[in-house]
Write a protein of this length. Structure first.
Length: 330
């Protein structure tokens, strides 16, 4: 059977930098608290009017095509992982295909919040392994600023906008590519982390606007604990399924929500932080984009054959982990 291997990564961050200092002028917070409690120093925002998540994803996709030497017409599919679609419909995946000139590709959206990229990567790998698709782009992209309440210090300090993308292709090399995967969901978590307005239950009305229902709300402490537990147990399960120990893993690529969550997960598994990819200080939590942006930022340090574990936890709740063997030297 063919293996599904990542053959390139790329990303895009908008220019505007929202610093902790600027947040101090917006809500009752301070730089020291944000750094100590979250590890975040700044995040990027897409400020231009009329631009959405596809406008974050398209430059990343174009860069990916260039880096991998792929002709736009050779791409088969775009799996767009996002909770901030441009519109309810048309879906963002289809818009990305159109805007990036992927004339023979189709696309669709996958909504699993901060776990979107691991869900999407797993889904994309099935098309490659089945032999039905040869070039699949997995996009993790979110314009979190579009659903943020910049008067709520419980949420607005955490999130940023960005896009990360990977190319997935078949390989005959049995030793490379995606290996064991565990994915989980628990809908009872919907009570702790949500954006209620604008869906089919609470379609947009004057009442939903007056009640501020179109922004993220969360019970931060509860989510924090569940995130540590979820990612740690998912990594343990993947190690167990693959018959590997922590020391066999070269890199852990965790979803970037809070440096204290990342450090707790690493601590529980005895992973030294040097093995853990961290970008949170620069970008904050970009939801579906955090993992592919980590891969992009660390790409030059990755070597063919390196063992990686990707792990995420997010709204839903959704969570999971994937072991993969890196496929190229850059
Ligand atoms: N600035 C300054 N002070 C603050 C802020 C702030 N932005 N927010 C809370 N505080 C204060 C509180 O009022 C409280 O003060 P008190 O002790 O006088 O009552 C104190 O700081 C501690 O508050 P906590 O809510 O306990 O702070 P905590 O350390 O839990 O940090 C945070 C809050 C950052 C939200 C954390 O719980 C967290 O990161 N949770 C995970 C949430 C998350 O990541 N959600 C994203 C989606 S899911 C995911 O990506 C995994």
């Amino acid at each position: 059977m063919k293996q599904a291997v990542i053959t390139g990564v790329a990303g895009f961050l908008p220019d505007y930098v929202l610093t902790n200092q600027e947040l101090e002028t917006m809500v009752d917070t301070n730089d020291q608290w944000i750094r100590e409690r979250t590890g975040i120093v700044e995040r990027r925002l897409l400020k231009e009017k009329g631009k959405g998540t596809s406008d974050l994803a398209v430059p990343a996709v174009l860069e990916l095509l260039k880096k991998t030497g792929t002709a736009p017409e050779d791409v088969d599919l775009v799996v767009c992982c996002t909770v901030t679609a441009d519109f309810r419909f048309p879906d963002t995946g289809t818009l990305i295909c159109h805007k990036a000139g992927l004339t023979n590709a189709y696309g669709y959206d996958l909504s699993a919040a901060c776990s979107g990229f691991v869900y999407g990567l797993h889904a994309a790998a099935q098309y490659i392994k089945a032999g039905t698709h040869k070039k699949v782009i997995v996009v993790g992209a979110d314009k979190m600023s579009s659903i943020m309440d910049y008067t709520n210090r419980n949420t607005c300090i955490l999130f940023g906008d960005g896009a990360g993308v990977v190319m997935l292709e078949p390989s005959d090399d049995e030793t490379l590519g995606l290996r064991e995967t565990v994915l989980y969901g628990d809908g009872s978590g919907g009570a702790e982390l949500y954006q209620l307005g604008g869906g089919s239950v609470h379609g947009t009305t004057q009442e939903t606007l007056d009640k501020n229902m179109h922004v993220i709300e969360q019970n931060g402490r509860v989510v924090f604990k569940r995130a540590v537990k979820g990612m740690s147990s998912a990594i343990k399960k993947v190690l167990e399924k693959s018959n590997l120990a922590g020391e066999d893993i070269k890199w852990v690529v965790p979803h970037q929500a809070n440096i204290r969550i990342i450090e707790s997960v690493a601590g529980q598994l005895d992973f030294p932080m040097e093995k853990v990819m961290v970008t949170i200080e620069k970008y904050g939590n970009t939801t579906a984009a955090t993992i592919p942006l980590c891969l992009r930022d660390y790409e030059s340090q990755l070597k063919k054959g390196d063992q990686l574990i990707l792990t995420a936890f997010g709204g839903g709740y959704t969570w999971g982990a994937i072991r993969l063997v890196w496929g190229y030297n850059s």
